[in-house]
Ligand binder design. Structure first.
Ligand code: G3H
Ligand code: 13P
Ligand code: ZN
Length: 305
């Protein structure tokens, strides 16, 4: 199967580094992410959720993201992925309409048996179309949405079950829970590192994905990479960068009439944040090897020539 995403993840797994999977919902966010990967000459994954399909339209966001990737002379660096697909409709939209390279089927709230059966159906459908699949086992909570205190033991990935799910479904990548949570909320005081090592031992050939990584420190990231994580999902950090920039530009008077004057610095803020993350996940050589093509030569900021 030739899926750009799985190629990126497999290279990261073999190379002992990680990549970022960055969420997008519009043109500016997409350009900020793709340009950062371009300028660092490093791979990354760009992803959208079913909520973004509902916000922008599945086919439309697909065309926006594909358009930005294809306009980039380094376009082979970027994979396009469905994040947190929940059902077959999401999967079909992602593959048929948005033309994504890979999909996630998040059946983590189901029982192990149901998760395996749903994941297998998606794998059969997606692989036939050359598209890779990520499953989730264990639960990565959205703490802002949870009402009760979190029982981490209850949520974490069981390594033996992870092996079973991977073997029975043939899934290409696995999202795991070791104390990680979505958003800037309280996570487990220390990730369960032994659990991570055991998962890696039992599924050595499957890239492991860490959701909820926005607030992870450099130290935690490095330890997770050493123990076998190949990809960190980042959404909240970029949303905050985007919105903070908009608030700063707009200011209390709110007298801006050209939206581009607001969106341009917001795009730049995402670009800077993504560069910081890519450097954290994937080393220190930050030299651009390719000039932007004509189409991709939008100015990131007003001070640029
Ligand atoms: O983990 C996924 C996202 O952070 C939630 O994204 O608001 O687009 O569903 P969404
Ligand atoms: P954060 O919002 O915590 O960065 O998590 C993103 C994520 O897991 C997307 O799937
Ligand atoms: Zn997630």
């Amino acid at each position: 199967m030739r899926s750009k995403t799985i190629e990126i993840l497999t290279n990261a797994m073999k190379g002992g580094y990680a990549v970022g999977a960055f969420n997008t919902f519009n043109l500016e966010m997409t350009q900020g992410i793709v340009r950062a990967a371009h300028d660092l000459n490093k791979p990354c994954i760009i992803q959208a959720t079913p909520s973004t399909f509902r916000y922008a339209g599945c086919r439309v966001i697909g065309k926006v993201v594909r358009g930005v990737i294809e306009a980039d002379s380094n376009s082979n660096l970027v994979g396009f992925h469905l994040d947190h697909g929940k059902n077959l409709d999401d999967i079909m939209c992602a593959i048929e309409e948005a033309k994504m390279d890979s999909v996630m089927i998040d059946a983590s709230l189901m029982s192990l048996r149901e998760n395996i059966s749903m994941t297998k159906r998606v794998v059969d459908y997606a692989h036939e179309r050359g598209v890779a699949v990520q499953a989730e086992l264990g639960k990565v909570p959205y703490i802002g949405r949870e009402e009760q205190a979190i029982d981490w033991e209850e949520l974490m990935t069981n390594p033996e079950e992870a092996r079973e799910l991977v073997e029975l479904t043939g899934v290409d990548a696995l999202a795991i829970g070791i104390g990680n949570a979505h958003g800037f909320f309280q996570e487990r005081s220390e990730p369960d590192w032994e659990r991570l090592a055991r998962i890696k031992e039992l599924v050595p050939n499957t890239p492991l994905i860490m959701h909820g990584a926005s607030d992870w420190s450099r130290e935690k990231i490095q330890k997770a990479i050493k123990l076998g994580v190949s990809c960190f999902n980042i959404d909240t950090d970029n949303r905050v960068a985007f919105v903070t920039s908009i608030c700063q530009t707009v200011g209390p008077k709110c007298d801006v009439t050209d939206p581009r004057k607001i969106l341009k610095p917001a795009r730049k803020a995402v670009y800077e944040k993504v560069k910081e993350k890519i450097e954290m996940f994937n080393g220190f050589e930050v030299e651009s090897k390719a000039e932007p093509t004509e189409q991709v030569k939008y100015q990131l900021s007003d001070t640029e020539e």
